[in-house]
Design a protein around this ligand. Structure first.
Ligand code: ADP
Ligand code: MG
Length: 397
């Protein structure tokens, strides 16, 4: 990975500011945390710092308060959940910079944990304002970035602050970078990419960057429509990105020139509408009527994709195979989650929705790696650098 980590730096007795991603989903009515996997993902770093007697100062954003204080988006429930998970007291403060916060830190003993208030209560956070970054830096002696999910954003707490403190990588960030870079640098072959999701345009960069690394590319989800369309199939009312048809054609031709094979659905589930009440019907791809939407992959496609994926040593999966939010259109996605979970291959899952489904099905532990960062994992796999990683110290620096 080439970046300094918390293992490369003395933390004992030091004030360590850790940027974590505690942007957890909340129940709109009760304010309760509905999924604490992001908090749990940060525990190894927090435990290490506690055990090594650092003064641990955690900071994160939560939701989109838009630069002002929103009571429902205070970090208090997160502090409580974290405290429960690590079995230690976690104190919270009502701001993330300023005199009150500085006092609370002065009173912090080695090995104690403090959680700062929602960073996005200040508009300066997202604006990457230098004086706000300095005010954060003033709280600590060392900066650790463990917020992989925010690493693609250049904000004060992810980029700005690193200019003023020795800045290193946390364990979660390290694990994410290693898992994702392993598929770009030395995947075990055969290597299959399973791609779905809403739109081709969201995934073009990813497809182009992994095209010469994969042996097999399987395409489902909404974006399959554009590929089917350029092959001359009727796709009904499904979204076809007119301006991406040329690219889809090029990608098909590119795979014909290389060893990699590209597979599209052979049958699909279609429906009159995409709603909870809608019913689906399985049809071969040559029989999609003009008044229908493609909403899922069909059973023959599930069988075909499964048979291909079973040959793989490495599988990267991003994007649901259908409109999984509607239970009757989630079968293709769920079948492939089950398959990947039971595969004896290195299975790496990226993408917000994709990770959510795996988590919902309680199969996260059965995958080699499920990325906690949707946007960040895509950006990384497009071969682009992450601003929140670029600013951290290199090994040997
Ligand atoms: P991720 O967040 O995992 O990267 P995306 O954001 O690209 O995934 O895609 C998720 C969305 O794709 C879901 O909301 C799902 O409903 C949608 N989707 C999947 N298949 C289809 C389809 N056939 N038609 C319309 N939308 C689809
Ligand atoms: Mg998404």
């Amino acid at each position: 990975m080439g970046k300094k980590t918390i293992l490369d730096i003395e933390v004992r007795g030091k004030r360590v500011l850790v940027r974590v991603d505690f942007n957890v989903p909340l129940d709109m009515k009760t304010g309760a945390i509905t999924d604490d996997s992001r908090i749990r993902a940060a525990l190894p770093t927090i435990r290490y710092l506690v055990d090594h007697k650092a003064k641990v100062i955690l900071c994160s954003h939560l939701g989109r308060p838009g630069g002002r204080v929103v009571e429902e988006l205070r970090m208090t429930p997160v502090a409580q959940r974290l405290s429960h998970l690590i079995d230690l007291p976690v104190s919270a403060v009502s701001d993330c910079i300023g005199v009150e916060v500085e006092k609370a830190i002065e009173n912090l003993n080695d090995g104690e944990v403090l959680l700062l208030e929602n960073l996005r209560f200040h508009p300066e956070e997202e604006a990457n304002d230098p004086s706000f970054a300095q005010a954060l830096a003033k709280l600590a002696d060392i900066y650790v970035n463990d917020a992989f999910g925010s690493a693609h954003r250049a904000h004060a707490s992810t980029v700005g602050v690193a200019k003023y403190l020795p800045a290193v990588v946390g364990f979660l960030m390290e694990k994410e970078l290693e898992a994702l870079s392993s598929i770009l640098t030395n995947p075990e072959h055969p290597f299959g990419g399973l791609l779905g999701g809403a739109k081709v345009s969201d995934k073009i960069g990813l497809i182009q960057n992994i095209l010469d690394k994969v042996d097999l590319l399987l395409i489902g989800g909404g974006m399959a429509a554009t590929f089917l369309k350029v092959q001359g199939y009727e796709v009904g009312l499904s979204l076809v990105e007119a301006d991406k048809q040329g690219l889809a054609r090029q990608l098909i031709q590119a795979t014909q020139k290389t060893e990699a094979s590209l597979l599209l659905p052979v049958d699909v589930v279609v429906s009159d509408s995409i709603s909870e009440q809608a019913t689906g019907e399985v049809v071969p791809i040559a029989e999609i009527l003009p008044n229908k939407y493609i909403v899922d992959i069909g059973p023959r496609t599930i069988a075909l994709f499964s048979q291909q994926l079973r040959q793989c040593q490495t599988v990267f999966w991003n994007g649901p195979m259908g409109v999984y939010e509607v239970p009757q259109f989630a079968q293709g996605t769920r079948a492939l989650v089950e398959l990947l979970a039971n595969l004896k291959a290195t299975t790496i899952v990226g993408g917000g929705s994709t990770a959510e489904i795996v988590e919902e099905m309680n199969l996260t532990d059965k995958m080699a790696h499920v990325s906690t960062g949707g946007g960040a994992s895509l950006r990384f796999l497009e071969g682009k650098s992450l601003p929140g990683v670029a600013v951290l110290l290199d090994k040997g620096q």
